[in-house]
Design a protein around this ligand. Structure first.
Ligand SMILES: [Zn+2]
Ligand SMILES: [Zn+2]
Length: 368
């Protein structure tokens, strides 16, 4: 079928083109896209042009309704409301069998190839030349063909705009708090980087009963939204050194410090913001060419842990519907508050440029 999609053919440039989408093959589903959020990882992929083969259709935080299914599909049917999940696991490798499907090495090969699970793409441009997928989803397109295992069925009363956020920033942030760190009531938490993921770390820390919950960002204007999402304190790190303030607020350093900014300097700050026995949880993806400098003697001396987390250690088919229940039961913040702007596909380039200029607070979501 023909459809509009956001194509990246060179770094920094997104063009809206009419492209062709082939029907779903075995164990794949066709989804009518309703919403897709613009994540900082999309920004990195577009800006660098290096994370996926070029040309690719960008986007990975999408929701929609299933309109067709390929042969062999059993769990999903037409009419199902789904979140498109980018961490598609093989179900057979050692990590999958151990329950660590979020680090399945098999899917990474397909992500790097820009393909679906059979190694091929369903996308071609108007001239019939192949286009690559971004992380199985390619969400900035009117329709998606995704693996059945990456289609997470949701309750139908869950708003589809908020559902898109369940594809990336909610599981990544909330999962890091409750799955990876396992924060308990009364634990102290600090979060560096108050974007879509950092806000979900704050809200997850509130859900877990953490106190204090300290938000750190170089943009002082994020204080209001940080506090709405559960921060008890906010530090503008462009004006103040956060380390002594975090140490004072937490009585000598926090139990858990989350890095959600992707900044190498934040990693170095977090190390000193931890108390004895504290855990440093790294979510953000730093520039691969940069190195952090840590006085690592204090890792054993202070019994610190440095922990990396991929996709919130979520088990997608159980955790993502459970997160939707938390929202609907009003135990988690209304995700409407995270959606600070809705835009049209044709505006995606200007959204990308706004992210470069740090103008995006909360999540901007494309409406189809
Ligand atoms: Zn993302
Ligand atoms: Zn696997």
């Amino acid at each position: 079928m023909k459809m509009k999609a956001a194509v990246v053919r060179e770094p920094k440039v997104i063009t809206i083109e009419e492209v062709n989408l082939a029907p779903p093959k075995e164990n794949e589903v066709l989804v009518k896209t309703h919403y897709c959020g613009y994540c900082h990882s999309d920004f990195s992929a577009v800006e660098s042009g290096q994370l996926f083969p070029i040309p690719f259709v960008t986007g990975h935080e999408a929701s929609g309704v299933v309109v067709d299914v390929g042969p062999g599909v059993k769990r999903i049917k037409k009419g199902d409301h789904v979140v498109a999940c980018w961490a598609v696991s093989c179900g057979r490798c050692k990590q999958c069998v151990k329950g660590n499907e979020y680090i399945c090495p098999e899917y990474r090969n397909f992500i790097e190839a820009g393909s679906l699970l059979d190694g091929t793409s369903r996308l071609t441009d108007a001239n019939g030349k192949p286009l690559y997928h971004s992380v199985f989803v390619s969400g900035f397109a009117e329709y998606l063909v995704i693996p059945e295992s990456g289609a997470i069925k949701l309750r139908e009363d869950f708003p589809l705009d908020q559902a898109a956020l369940l594809g990336c920033c909610v599981p990544t942030g909330l999962g890091a708090v409750i799955n990876t760190a396992n924060v308990k009531p009364g634990d102290s938490v600090a979060v560096w980087g108050i974007g879509g993921i950092g806000l979900n770390v704050l809200q997850g820390a509130k859900l877990a009963g953490a106190k204090p919950i300290i938000a750190v960002d170089i943009e002082g204007s994020k204080e209001a939204i940080a506090k709405e999402f559960g921060a008890t304190h906010f530090i503008d790190s462009s004006k103040q050194d956060p380390i002594p303030i975090v140490q004072e607020l937490s009585g000598g350093g926090v139990d858990y410090a989350f890095e959600a900014s992707g900044d190498v300097g934040a990693i170095e700050q977090i190390y000193w913001a931890l108390g004895i026995g504290g855990k440093q949880i790294q979510i953000g993806l730093q520039d691969a060419s940069k190195k952090a400098q840590l006085q690592i003697i204090f890792t054993p001396l202070h019994a610190k842990d440095i922990i990396g987390v991929m996709y919130g250690h979520v088990h997608v088919h159980t955790d993502i519907p459970a997160f939707a229940d938390l929202v609907m039961d009003k135990r988690y913040i209304d995700l409407d508050k995270l959606i600070t702007k809705k835009f049209k596909l044709e505006e995606l380039q200007s959204v990308h440029d706004a992210m470069r200029e740090h103008k995006i607070h909360g999540r901007w979501v494309c409406e189809f």
